[in-house]
Design a protein around this ligand. Structure first.
Ligand SMILES: Nc1ncnc2c1ncn2[C@@H]1O[C@H](COP(=O)(O)OP(=O)(O)OP(=O)(O)O)[C@@H](O)[C@H]1O
Ligand SMILES: [Mg+2]
Length: 437
C-alpha cells in the first residue's frame, strides 16, 4: 500500500517537473523572440536615421542652391524644362532610395541664356579664349564664382540628344583633379558650359611667365595631380574619356594651387575631327599632339599619355617645348633631355633648370617618365596608372628607349618617317628648338 502511494507521489512530482520545464522553454523562446525583434527593430531604425540624415544634409545644400536660383529668376521661368534641379523637383522625389539614387546620378543644371547673361553680368569679364570658345567669369546668385564657356558650335536642334548625352558623361565625373561641371545651356542662340571657377587660372600662366613662379615641390605635386585626373578619365570613370588636348592651359589651379584638368569631353561634345590638329584647338595642339593625331595612324587614349609627357617636359624645363621665336641653333628641349639621359648627365638637366639638388631624384624620375610617355608608338607608352605609380616611386622605371628615333635633323625642319610609306617633313615651327639659358 505504502509502495503504491510512493509511486503515485513520484509520478506526480515527475509530471510537475516536466510541465515546469515546458513552461521555462516556452518562456525563454518568447523572451528570446522578443529580444530578437527588438534588436532587429533597433537596427532598422538606426539605418533609417543614417539615411535620413544623409538625405537632409543633401536637401539642405541642394535646395538652398535651387531656391537661390528660383529667387534670381526675373522674368520668371516659363519653360519648366530649365532648371531641372529646382526645389520642387527635389522635394517631389517620393522615396529616400530614389533620392539617394538621384544623388549618385547628380546631373548638371540646365540654364537659359538669360541666366547666363545675369550670372556673367552680360558677359563682361573675359577669362580667355581657346579653340572651343570664349570663357567668362560669372557668379551664381548664392555667391559661388563660375566660369562660363560659350561654345563655338553650330549644332542644330535635333543634335540636342547627343549634346545632352555628352554633357551627362562630363557631368558624371567626380574627381578632385577634374574641374566640375555645374551646368549647361543648349539654346538656338547660345550653347555654353558652366564650370567651377578656379582662382589661380591655368598652369601656362605660371610656367611661361618669368614673373610668376611656383616652387618646384609644388610643381611636382601639380604634375602628379594632373596624372591622377587623366588616370580617372581613362581608367576609373563609367565611360572612358579621351581628352585629346592635354596642355598647361587645360590644367587649372585652385586657391591652394591644386591642379584640376579642364575641358575633358569637349572634343566629342563639339564634334571635332579626330585627324585635325590646329593652332586654335580642335583635337590636339602642336607641341602636345601625339604623332598619330597628325599621321594616318589609329588614335587611342594613349594620345593623352603623349601630351602628358610633353607637359612634364615643360614643367621640368619651366618653358614651352615649342617656342616659335627661338633661334634655330638651339636644341628642342625633350631631345636635349633624351641626350642628357643617354649620356648619364641628368644632374645637368636639374641644375640647368634651376632645380635644387634635394629634388635630384624626383627630377630624374620625372624625366624618365616623360621619355616613356612620348614614345612614338602608342603601345610603347605607359598607362596613366603606371605613370602615377612611377612618379610616386612605387614602380621601378626601366630605361626608356629613344623616343625620337623617328626624327632626323634635316636642315631647318625635321624629317619624319611615318609607318605608312609616306614621309612627312615638319616645318621649322613644329621642330622649333629650345635650349636652356
Ligand atoms: N574654370 C575656369 N576657372 C578659371 N579660369 C578658367 C576656367 N576655364 C578657363 N579659364 C581661363 O580661360 C582661359 C581660356 O580657356 P579656354 O579653355 O577657352 O582656352 P584654352 O584652354 O587656352 O584652349 P582650349 O580651347 O584648347 O582648351 C584659360 O587659359 C584659363 O586661364
Ligand atoms: Mg581650355
Amino acid at each position: 500500500m505504502s509502495n503504491s502511494s510512493n509511486s503515485t507521489q513520484s509520478s506526480s512530482s515527475n509530471s510537475s517537473n516536466n510541465s515546469s520545464d515546458t513552461a521555462i522553454t516556452i518562456t525563454s523562446t518568447i523572451v528570446g523572440g522578443i529580444v530578437l525583434v527588438v534588436i532587429a527593430y533597433l537596427i532598422i531604425r538606426c539605418v533609417q536615421r543614417i539615411k535620413t540624415q544623409k538625405l537632409n544634409s543633401y536637401v539642405r545644400s541642394f535646395t538652398s542652391r535651387g531656391e537661390e536660383f528660383l529667387e534670381s529668376n526675373s522674368p520668371p521661368i516659363e519653360d519648366t524644362q530649365y532648371l531641372s534641379m529646382t526645389t520642387e523637383s527635389i522635394l517631389g522625389i517620393a522615396t529616400i532610395e530614389s533620392f539617394l539614387e538621384e544623388l549618385q546620378n547628380e546631373k548638371p543644371i540646365r540654364l537659359t541664356p538669360q541666366h547666363l547673361k545675369e550670372f556673367t553680368n552680360n558677359f563682361s569679364e573675359q577669362l580667355g579664349s581657346g579653340g572651343f570658345g570664349v570663357a567668362y567669369k560669372g557668379r551664381f546668385p548664392n555667391g559661388v564664382y563660375v566660369a562660363v564657356k560659350v561654345l563655338k558650335m553650330t549644332r542644330k536642334r535635333d543634335a540636342e540628344g547627343q549634346f545632352m548625352a555628352e554633357v551627362s558623361t562630363i557631368g558624371r565625373t567626380y574627381h578632385i583633379n577634374l574641374v566640375r561641371l555645374y551646368g549647361f545651356c543648349f539654346d538656338p542662340q547660345l550653347k555654353a558650359l558652366v564650370y567651377e571657377f578656379m582662382e589661380n587660372g591655368s598652369l601656362d600662366r605660371y610656367l611661361f611667365d618669368p614673373k610668376r613662379t611656383i616652387e618646384w615641390a609644388k610643381l611636382y605635386e601639380i604634375a602628379l595631380g594632373t596624372a591622377k585626373g587623366i588616370r580617372y578619365l581613362h581608367e576609373e570613370c563609367q565611360r572612358r574619356i579621351i581628352h585629346y588636348d592635354i596642355k598647361p592651359a587645360n590644367v587649372l589651379l585652385d586657391a591652394g594651387f591644386s591642379p584640376k584638368v579642364a575641358d575633358f569631353g569637349l572634343a566629342k561634345l563639339c564634334n571635332v575631327d579626330v585627324s585635325r590638329v590646329t593652332n586654335t584647338g580642335g583635337r590636339g595642339t602642336p607641341g602636345y599632339a601625339a604623332p598619330e593625331l597628325w599621321l594616318p595612324l589609329p588614335v587611342s587614349f594613349k594620345c593623352d599619355v603623349y601630351s602628358y609627357g610633353m607637359l612634364l617636359f615643360e614643367i621640368i624645363g619651366g618653358r614651352k617645348n615649342l617656342e616659335f621665336d627661338r633661334e634655330e641653333s638651339q636644341e628642342w628641349f625633350p631631345n636635349w633631355v633624351w641626350r642628357m639621359h643617354e649620356e648619364g648627365k641628368m644632374s645637368i638637366v636639374r641644375s640647368a633648370c634651376g632645380i635644387g639638388e634635394v629634388h635630384g631624384e624626383k627630377v630624374e624620375r620625372m624625366c624618365k617618365v616623360a621619355l616613356w610617355c612620348v614614345q612614338y608608338k602608342p603601345d610603347g607608352r605607359p598607362s596613366m596608372s603606371n605613370v602615377v605609380r612611377m612618379l610616386e616611386g612605387e614602380e621601378e622605371i626601366d630605361e626608356p628607349p629613344n623616343p625620337f628615333q623617328y626624327l632626323t635633323a634635316d636642315g631647318i625642319g625635321l624629317h619624319v618617317e611615318s609607318s605608312s610609306s609616306s614621309s612627312i617633313t615638319i616645318t621649322s615651327s613644329c621642330s622649333s628648338v629650345a635650349t636652356l639659358s
